[in-house]
Unconditional design. Structure first.
Length: 652
């Protein structure tokens, strides 16, 4: 393996001791690219076949893959490409793959002084010779990973520009940034960098004109106003804020723009930054919130304020679940430790916050009923402490635990209404409309549910709160799926999936992708479903129950429709076993309904009836009128999902 080098950041190249190895056959190039996409991981043969041929694989596909593997092993070496029980593996050592070198250089650049940071990022970006994995262009199986890599490249490019702005290279950056915003008109950070570069070269009018161009681009493409970063930067340019002239300040930092109005004492500054960070979270500006809260943490540590520092650390851990893919189990442990600390310090508001976040993690890991108990305790503690913001957070968590857990639908609706009434007219009126919309749909009141979510989504669009739109679209999809409107559910989930990138919500991506995969698989769109299901499975963090569940459900439906009966049943059974450990009654019912679809597609009437009977019992226990009625119709011989009977080939 010595001297071997793989290049995938552009057209595929393999070199040994600097000499190019000829890998010219298109199928071999695609196969090697698929293996390098998951270097050092076994790739099952079925996935390679799906990636190479899609749904139209020939009967000779397995033999063809084996033949191409044999040819590649002759070129690369027998130890480089091996067969393991779980699939084929390309073994890659550190330094052999340009993608690994790129990521290492980007990681080394973070936190370094500006000159070193800029140099390392230039070296990292120089490894790119074109779009990554060009030989997989148009392959739906690889598309999510390729899109993610392009986002990594653009992120590194933006970080390099930040470093060069810090070094004062504003004049030379303007032409490059003009070209970048033309190619990437929805990258808010690039627009902000262009505005900053123009302003620092004395072109204030051009900087303001750039904001208007950005505003037009966002409204035309998304129907949304630009985010808080660009809006605040526009205000700073208009008033010629002195902080914009300091090249040492990072672009777009909320801390910079707030610096002129922050108190001077470290403790008071830390408190102000903490409050500002929480406001940014409510606006959905999570990355900006993290940088602001990190500054608050440092100041709280300097001021020796342990309660404030503990609160800020807790918020940073919580945000990392959504922005960086931190596992929910890790944050649950952090919230439990924080709760003990707040209890010992006598900090009721901090304890309420910790309980709310424990409740959120419990809810999303299958223990919504326990989460509801903790969030209810949090409400009482927040009221005692006079913390209206944390009280509203806890009440919202109570409602979301009620819709997911075993609380009957009618009782959960009353509970949501009680949360709204308790804060009506107060400083922080609680918004639980997402939970209400899903509950109303389950109660068979879809017209009310639709009117509610459409009104709230329009409000969020007007305010430009992208994170709220992401969550709201997901819950609108849950409501439509509850009444069997798969086409509307798919539309909402497609929009939510697109918004994940806009808010850098890495933690939400696998769940949204998996949910959309399930809906598409039910509709028969196997090509679209497969890529999303694989993405959900690959990106799920340990303990992400929902992603583990929905990816298996989607893959089971795909396997059943393609006649791979044993695989379909195995995946479906795994999903049923996983969800049975939760108290998510409606999601358990949906999982069983899809299991019934799997059994129907493979011609197993007994298995179908057993799954439907279990689903009906769960829906009735939850009070899910819409789900129960659909299952009864199915048991009576109806076909609410519009499935066709299994073909003779599928029944074999």
């Amino acid at each position: 393996m010595a001297g071997l080098e793989f290049r995938v950041l552009g057209p595929l190249e393999v070199r040994r001791d600097g000499e190019l190895l000829a890998v010219t056959a298109p199928m071999q190039r695609a196969l090697l690219s698929l293996l390098l996409l998951r270097a050092n991981e076994p790739v099952p043969q079925d996935e390679l076949i799906a990636g190479l041929w899609g749904e139209d694989s020939p009967r000779t596909a397995r033999a063809s893959v084996q033949n191409h593997v044999h040819m590649l092993r002759r070129r690369l070496g027998a130890d480089q490409l091996v067969r393991e029980p779980a699939g084929y593996v390309v073994r890659v050592e550190p330094g052999q793959l340009d993608l690994e070198r790129f990521r290492r250089l980007v990681a080394e650049a973070r936190g370094a002084p500006a000159p070193e940071r800029a140099a390392r990022l230039r070296d990292a970006l120089a490894l790119w010779r074109g779009p990554a994995f060009v030989d997989l262009a148009g392959d739906p199986w690889a598309r999510p990973e390729v899109v993610t890599l392009e986002d990594e490249r653009l992120g590194a490019l933006e970080e390099r520009i930040d470093a060069e702005l810090e070094l004062g290279e504003h004049v030379v950056l303007v032409p490059e940034l003009e070209g970048l915003v033309e190619r990437h008109p929805l990258r808010e950070r690039l627009w902000a960098q262009l505005m900053m570069a123009l302003y620092r070269t004395g072109r204030q009018a051009d900087a303001l004109a750039t904001y208007r161009r950005a505003h037009h681009a966002f409204v035309e493409a998304l129907g949304l106003e630009p985010g808080v970063v660009l809006r605040e930067l526009q205000r700073a340019v208009l008033v010629q804020d002195p902080v914009l002239d300091d090249p040492r300040r990072q672009l777009g930092s909320t801390l910079e723009r707030a610096a002129a109005i922050l108190p001077r004492e470290p403790r008071d500054r830390a408190e102000s930054l903490h409050d500002y960070g929480l406001a940014l979270i409510r606006l959905g500006e999570l990355r900006q919130a993290m940088s602001t809260l990190e500054a608050a943490r440092r100041l709280a540590e300097t001021a020796r304020e342990p309660m404030l520092e503990a609160r800020v650390r807790l918020q940073l851990s919580y945000l990392a679940v959504f922005t960086d893919g931190r596992s929910m189990g890790e944050h649950l442990a952090a919230a439990e430790a924080a709760a003990r600390a707040f209890r010992s310090l006598g900090d009721d508001a901090g304890l309420a916050l910790a309980l709310s976040q424990q409740a959120h993690m419990l809810r999303d890991t299958g223990h919504a009923d326990r989460g509801r108990e903790l969030a209810t305790r949090g409400v009482r503690l927040a009221m005692t402490a006079g913390d209206a913001a944390t009280e509203a957070t806890c009440r919202r968590t109570v409602a979301h635990c009620a819709v997911l857990g075993s609380t009957p639908v009618d009782e959960a609706i009353a509970l949501c209404e009680a949360q709204i009434e308790a804060t009506r007219g107060g400083k922080r009126p609680v918004s639980v409309w997402e939970a209400m919309a899903w509950l109303l749909a389950q109660a068979g009141r879809i017209a009310e549910a639709r009117a509610l979510y459409e009104r709230e989504l329009e409000r969020l669009r007007e305010q430009g709160i992208v994170w709220g739109l992401l969550v709201g679209r997901s819950y609108a999809a849950f409501a439509e799926r509850a009444v069997g409107r798969l086409e509307l559910a798919a539309d909402h989930l497609r929009t939510a999936y697109g918004l994940v990138d806009a808010v850098s919500m890495r933690g939400d991506r696998p769940g949204v992708a998996g949910e959309l995969a399930c809906v598409l698989a039910l509709q028969g769109d196997l090509a679209g479903a497969r890529g999303l299901a694989e993405e959900s499975r690959r990106l799920a963090t340990p303990g992400d129950v929902l992603s583990e569940l929905v990816s298996r459900r989607a893959l089971a439906l795909i396997a059943a429709r393609e006649g791979r009966h044993e695989e379909a049943v195995l995946l479906s059974d795994e999903a049923r076993e996983r969800v049975a450990e939760t108290d998510w009654l409606t999601i358990r019912g949906e999982t069983l309904e899809e299991s019934a679809v799997v059994h129907r597609l493979i011609g197993d009437a007994t298995g179908e009836a057993e799954a439907l009977t279990e689903a009906l019992a769960l829906y009735e226990r939850k009070g899910n009128v819409a789900g129960a009625e659909r299952v009864r119709l199915t048991l009576a011989g109806s076909d609410p999902w519009g499935l066709t009977p299994p073909t003779a080939q599928q029944s074999k």
